[in-house]
Write a protein that binds this ligand. Sequence first.
Ligand code: FES
Length: 102
Amino acid sequence: MASWIKIIEVEHIPSMGSRVVHYGEIEIAIFKTRDGSIFAINNECPHKQGKLSEGLVHGTNVTCPMHNWDIDLKSGEALSGDSGCTNVYESKIENDTVFLSL
Ligand code: FES
């Protein structure tokens, strides 16, 4: 059963950027959008495993730095006619700290 795990303070995630955390073997990219929303997805593009944490954040999407696929941070789905999906994690913020359901 999943439980809420304390991950990082919100202020340590750059706006329109990300921070990478490791949970066991899993590498998770925690993104902060311009409006301060937080999204957590596997740091692995569904195309050829590009590091999404190094991509460009726009709106609630990130553009993979490898071949420019756009990935929806809410669903992990590839957009614009590309197909594939990377895992997303439920997140919440309490006391200015990000928690993930893992
Ligand atoms: S690896 Fe991300 S677009 Fe190709």
